[in-house]
Write a protein that binds this ligand. Structure first.
Ligand code: 6A9
Length: 806
């Protein structure tokens, strides 16, 4: 019957509709990508700009005071280092539009502001402008002399040269213009404006050779692999210059520092251009990158205008998405929250390069014999690692000065606030991580890509092993994405809100969401099954029903003192290590991942898969109780096998014993929930007035050894705790009241802790001391500590029972 067959016309119509949707998706995707092309994607530098292109144009900033000869060596700033500044970072930043960073540098007597703004348009990812300002600090002399170097490097195919009829004259009382082109960027120009500020008249005879009232430019052509080391290059160049000046004027009559530490004015063609300006007192200049395919070149006036509009746009959006809730309503929390969030998102980087991997697949890495860790250590000692790649990664990072690179399980935490702000960006980062996966489904825990990244890591920590895992936290982010999709389809009014609030083609357009998930689904499965296979536990000695399902897991790569792969490095575990031990945190993570996979499979209508995941989930939830609940200790514990081949629990109360709860596997009706909450709230165990301790105060290992995960408070785990408490508090059940109280108190404590340290020191910290609340270990740890932004924006459930006590 004709009516059962769609007519040709209808088919054509449908096809053209599909084509239209696909074209729309592609169009929005292109726009989304273009607005992400440029950024301060070199977060290891105080200020460095690059596009998300492996080999291309980059820019970076160096500065120092030039008041005396000695301090220049130590004070030239370039890469972020701990303990040299009094605070720095983005006060406001949005990846799509830009923002402002302030840098407080007492040793150089100066405060620096870097503003970075994007200008969309054209076919090559648009243009951008940066404004660099210096203001002598209160205690510095108002005619403080500062030397500033802005540089550009160019890698890959293309060219870059200083523009001007007579290049040697360029720079005199004028803007400096670089003309360039490359495959991906097309034609472009970079204008470094003359800007404003006074220049020292040094009075020394050498001033005639190098008048400091003009910009000095030094162009060079170098091997590409040298280009990331601009500071040593600059130093060796300066040394040559100094030698010549001394030779000319004699050691008794050296020019003053402002004069002597200057580059030779030699503008031209090259893949490195150092542009130096020497100032007395405050200064300001712009770097304006204009893509030739954009409608017009950008100017300083436009930059001024855009800075204002980006700032007000940011503030409005921030209020919409992350407004701190009671009791954190005072202005100061707003500023604090903006700064933490901006540093998280302003810390996003683009990395490219090769990395060291041990692909020996040595049988010792199976770790299936007693004493396995010694054999594994011996195998590692053979140093069979080789360089692989290159690969690329777009990611945020835990800390700009100390670990400016990607860490797998950190990233899942980083993206939880980011996805509220910008869904497309988040999905892009997730995709970037999953693209690193090898054929077996492995993703390296720590991504140390390229020579620049490796230069910060001791050799023994550089190697990644393809049997090492790390918690699959990216699945928490995918779950959050599904939550947003569900919220959208169940409530059409929230659809508008959601899509307006977040840059979010994937939410606005269901076809795009499906397309995205379909594309990554095979990778998700590969990763999931890699986990199940490579981290499987040997549960034959556990004489319970659990055995039948095999749902028990063991982290590979442990040593007696560490399970770095678990992320909780030195948390106490079974002693001695045993091939039959089972880790409750790993089973919990796999439970979380299984639930997430089940939801994705359901969303994609992969019903066989969904049924398979459901089966695993059920077994995991059962085994968490069967294998890991200790009646004696009333908590969840690791398990191991003793000398008599008997299995037993290894109980060290702390984050590990909370894991089933933290990963959402202990619901409001669980018969274990009461005990879990009691443990959380017990001041002699995990509770402190500053947040939940990693290890119980009453554990024999509390604050012992390295004391990394043996007591100190970590924000990532506390975030999971406070969210799960909120979850329980918002559902009917026997523990609802208890959870509500714990939630309110914990939330208040966590925010106060991070806020107080920030106020006192100007920084967010890696962890916090449970006795004093003070931030400790890595300074400027803007990774998962920024989760406090989300904690502040969670609801106040008790109508003002707790107050802001500050
Ligand atoms: C070693 C030293 C200059 C340790 O935040 C990143 C990780 C976490 O994933 C992990 O859970 N941190 C936590 O226990 C920091 C790891 C840093 C290793 C760098 C090289 C550099 O020396």
């Amino acid at each position: 019957m004709a009516s059962q067959r769609p007519s040709l016309g209808l088919v054509a119509l449908l096809l053209s509709f599909v084509a239209l949707v696909n074209a729309q998706v592609a169009e929005i995707e292109k726009a989304s990508n273009e607005s992400l092309l440029w950024g301060p994607y070199r977060p290891n530098l105080y200020f460095g700009v690059r596009p998300r292109i492996a080999k291309s144009l980059m820019g970076g900033l160096l500065w120092t005071r030039v008041e005396d000869y000695q301090s220049v060596q130590n004070n030239f700033r370039h890469t972020c280092e701990q303990h040299e500044l009094d605070g720095y970072g983005w006060d406001e930043y949005d990846v799509r539009t830009g923002g402002r960073q302030t840098i407080h540098d007492p040793a150089n007597g100066i405060d620096i502001t870097t503003e970075f703004i994007k200008f969309p348009g054209g076919q090559h990812g648009g243009s951008w402008g940066a404004r660099i300002k210096g203001a002598p600090r209160e205690d510095a002399s108002p005619d403080l002399r500062t030397s500033v170097v802005w540089y550009h490097t160019l890698e890959g195919l293309g060219s870059l040269e200083v523009d001007g009829e007579d290049a040697a004259e360029t720079g005199a009382e004028a803007d400096v213009v670089l003309k360039g082109q490359s495959l991906e960027l097309g034609d472009f120009e970079v204008r470094i404006t003359e800007g404003s500020g006074d220049h020292p008249r040094t009075g020394h005879a050498s001033y005639d050779d190098k008048p400091l009232d003009r910009t000095l430019i030094h162009s060079m052509q170098l091997p590409e692999d040298a280009l990331w080391q601009v500071k040593p290059l600059l130093f060796s160049h300066l040394k040559g210059e100094i030698d010549q000046i001394i030779a000319k004027y004699g050691e008794d009559n050296p020019p003053p520092p402002a004069q002597i530490y200057t580059v030779k004015h030699a503008p031209g063609r090259g893949n490195l251009h150092m542009i130096q300006k020497v100032f007395e007192g405050p200064f300001e200049f712009d770097v304006l990158f204009s893509s030739a395919s954009a409608p017009k070149k950008i100017t300083s006036d436009e930059l001024t205008h855009q800075i204002k509009s980006v700032t007000s746009g940011f503030a409005a959006r921030f209020t919409d998405i992350f407004k701190p809730q009671a009791p954190f309503v005072k202005e100061r929390y707003d500023e604090f929250s903006k700064s933490l969030f901006s540093n998280l998102i302003g810390g996003i980087g683009y990395f490219f390069g090769d990395s060291r991997v041990d692909r020996s697949y040595d049988p010792a890495y199976e770790e299936d014999n007693e004493g396995f860790w010694e054999d594994a250590a011996e195998a590692r000692g053979k140093n069979t690692a080789e360089l692989e790649g290159p690969s690329e990664l777009f990611t945020s990072i835990p800390s700009r000065p100390f670990f400016p690179r990607g860490f797998l399980w950190d990233e899942g935490f980083h993206l939880l606030p980011v996805i509220d702000w910008d869904v497309d960006l988040t999905l892009d980062i997730i995709k970037s991580w999953f693209k690193l996966m090898d054929e077996d489904g492995w993703i390296g825990r720590e991504q140390i890509l390229g020579a620049e990244a490796r230069s910060k890591v001791p050799l023994e920590f550089q190697v990644q092993y393809p049997h090492y895992a790390n918690p699959p936290t990216l699945f928490m982010v995918l779950t959050s994405f599904l939550d947003k999709l569900d919220a959208k389809s169940s409530d059409s009014s929230s659809q508008k809100v959601l899509t307006e609030k977040s840059y979010s083609m994937q939410l606005a357009n269901q076809e795009a969401a499906l397309q995205y998930l379909r594309t990554i689904y095979p990778l998700l499965k590969r990763h999931y099954f890699w986990f199940r296979k490579t981290q499987a536990g040997d549960i034959k000695s556990y004489d319970r029903e659990a055995f039948s399902t095999k749902e028990g897991y063991r982290w590979r790569g442990r040593t007696p003192q560490h399970i770095l792969t678990s992320g909780l490095d030195d948390y106490p575990r079974a002693q001695p290590p045993h091939p039959g031990e089972l880790h409750v945190d790993l089973l919990s993570w796999i439970g979380m991942m299984t639930k997430s996979m089940k939801r994705i499979a359901t969303y994609l209508e992969e019903s066989d898969d969904a049924a398979e995941f459901a089966k695993y989930e059920e077994a995991i939830v059962r085994n968490i109780d069967d294998l890991h609940w200790s009646d004696k200790h009333k908590t969840y514990c690791d398990a191991t096998i003793d000398d008599y081949e008997e299995n037993l629990h290894v109980c060290h109360k702390g984050y590990i014993s909370l894991f089933p709860f933290l990963t959402g596997l202990v619901g409001p009706d669980s018969r274990r929930l009461g005990a879990v909450l009691d443990l959380i709230g017990d001041e002699n165990e995990i509770w402190s007035e500053y947040g939940l301790r990693s290890l119980s105060k009453s554990d024999e290992f509390y604050h012992t050894g390295e004391d990394y995960w043996r007591g100190p408070i970590w924000m990532n785990m506390n975030y999971l705790a406070v969210s799960q408490l909120l979850n329980i508090a918002q559902q009917k059940g026997p523990q609802q009241k208890h959870a509500t109280k714990l939630y309110t108190d914990l939330r208040k404590n966590l925010v106060n802790t991070v806020y107080e340290s920030w106020k006192e020191t100007g920084f967010a910290w890696e962890q916090y001391n449970p006795e004093t609340g003070k931030g400790q270990r890595t300074q400027h740890f803007t990774g998962w500590t920024s989760l406090v932004v989300k904690i502040m924006s969670m609801p106040d459930l008790e109508g003002g029972r707790v107050r802001d006590e500050l």
